[in-house]
Ligand binder design. Structure first.
Ligand SMILES: *Cc1c(COP(=O)(O)O)cnc(C)c1O
Length: 421
């Protein structure tokens, strides 16, 4: 694909990596990469290892390693506190948390959700034999459009799952009304939205329950982990029992159960990561300020940043590229940055669920806003490992690329056709 890379490393003048004066300076065309070490999206946020090992030692000394141990209970209390809910039930991951909700609510038939989300939202439903039904998003926010969700209701619909994509809360008020009007269950996939607020209220208390993910790549990680938060006492008891083989409630044991418990090791990691949440948020925010400054006033580029009036975890920085203006498409910009060792990725939701198997071949959808957003967006690196100089370099490289958008695209086409030299 890339002549320069297959031909071996070029020998550029030292220190030229960051400074791009001509197209030849781009690593894509044989120049020196702007980043010596890979700058990646989705690297796990670092934790205080001493504190983590202390917690692990304590668990090992006490020989209480799972089944709702003290670390798990502490983790749940802190998650419920953050979410402002009466209950948090920690699980082995968010996908299992969604499974528990589907079972606890006795859902059947169809579940309406946005297609612009991580595949897990759809897979969790599909895995249990239900049918995810995808609806389009509001193009301004990238979030489920409640009117389109309403239009997707059929006699087979049993629930709606809203998604707080990239940490931005979806319109839970409208979705709650929709659920009430049609007698549907409403759950929220809040995997991205830990520590965020909606109208000044912490994310967590909308619908019947919300689900957080503590996967290693999320803002707070527990290696693997999830949690269901809710104010509904009966629902909390039910999912807790279902997550532990159905033990504890007579009524639930009829339904069987599964094993979706969080281990003490995961809780130790989750607690230690939670300790650092304010530091992660600060680092993410500093990155976003850098991107905002560095990418200001570049025609055709829009940063999708969180609402200033809300508290936010700032974990996801999404850049939208309008190829009609920049002359440079999202995919080529991504390839170019990756050659510079800035390992950017499409954001979560790209590709959207309806274009993934097993959904793609089952039903054709027309979701123009979802497809446009999924095709035009890039996720930029954030977190404590991404310093201001890296953000500045990345912005300069993007600025240079867009300034030469059309020329660069044409040259790439020629190079691509010729193949490796
Ligand atoms: C990560 C993620 C999930 C799944 O979380 P796991 O803990 O990995 O199972 C679900 N939904 C969204 C939107 C996610 O980003």
């Amino acid at each position: 694909m890339n002549a320069a890379r297959t031909a071996g490393p070029p020998a550029p003048a030292p220190g030229r990596g960051a400074l791009k004066r001509t197209l030849d300076d781009l690593a894509l065309f044989g120049g020196r990469a702007a980043f010596l070490r890979p700058l990646s999206v989705g690297t796990p946020n670092p934790v205080d290892r001493v504190r983590l090992y202390e917690r692990l030692d304590w668990a090992l000394d006490n020989q209480w390693l799972s089944n709702g141990g003290p670390l798990c209970a502490e983790f749940e209390a802190r998650v419920a506190d953050l979410a402002g809910t009466r209950h948090a039930v920690a699980t082995c991951n968010a996908t299992s948390a969604l499974h528990l909700l589907v079972r606890a609510a006795g859902l059947t038939g169809e579940v309406i959700m946005p297609s612009l989300t991580f595949a897990a939202t759809a897979h969790a439903v599909q895995w249990l034999g239900l049918t995810p039904v995808f609806c389009d998003v509001d193009p301004r926010t990238g979030l489920i459009d409640p009117d389109l969700a309403r239009a997707a209701v059929t006699p087979r619909t049993s629930a709606v799952i809203g998604v707080h994509l990239w940490g931005r809360p979806c319109d839970t008020t409208a979705l709650e009304k929709l659920a009430a009007d049609h007698g549907l269950h409403l759950f929220l996939d809040a995997a991205h939205a830990l520590g965020c607020t909606h109208g000044g209220v912490p994310v967590g208390a909308a619908g019947a329950a919300e689900v957080f993910s503590f996967h290693a790549t999320k803002v707070v990680g527990a290696f693997e982990g999830g949690a269901i938060v809710t104010d509904d006492d009966a629902l909390a008891a039910r999912v807790r029992a279902l997550a532990n083989f159905g033990k504890g409630l007579d009524e639930v044991s009829q339904a069987g159960g599964t094993n979706a418990k969080m281990s003490e090791a995961a809780a130790a990691m989750g607690l230690t990561s939670l300790d650092a949440l304010p530091a992660y948020v600060e680092a993410n925010q500093a990155c976003q300020r850098g991107y905002r400054d560095g990418l200001a006033r570049i025609p055709g580029l829009t940063l999708r940043l969180p609402d200033d009036t809300e508290r936010h975890n700032h974990q996801y920085t999404v850049l939208e590229v309008d190829e009609h203006v920049t002359g440079l498409g999202r995919d080529l910009l991504m390839e170019l940055l990756r050659a510079e060792n800035a390992l950017v990725l499409p954001p979560i939701g790209s590709p959207p669920c309806h274009l993934l198997e097993p959904y793609r071949s089952r039903q054709a959808y027309a979701l123009p806003h979802t497809e446009a957003l999924a095709a035009r967006t890039i996720s930029l690196p954030t977190g404590p490992g991404v310093g201001p100089e890296s953000v500045r370099r990345l912005c300069e490289t993007i600025r240079f690329a867009v300034a030469h958008g059309a020329e660069l695209t044409a040259r790439h086409r020629r190079t691509d056709r010729k193949g490796p030299a």
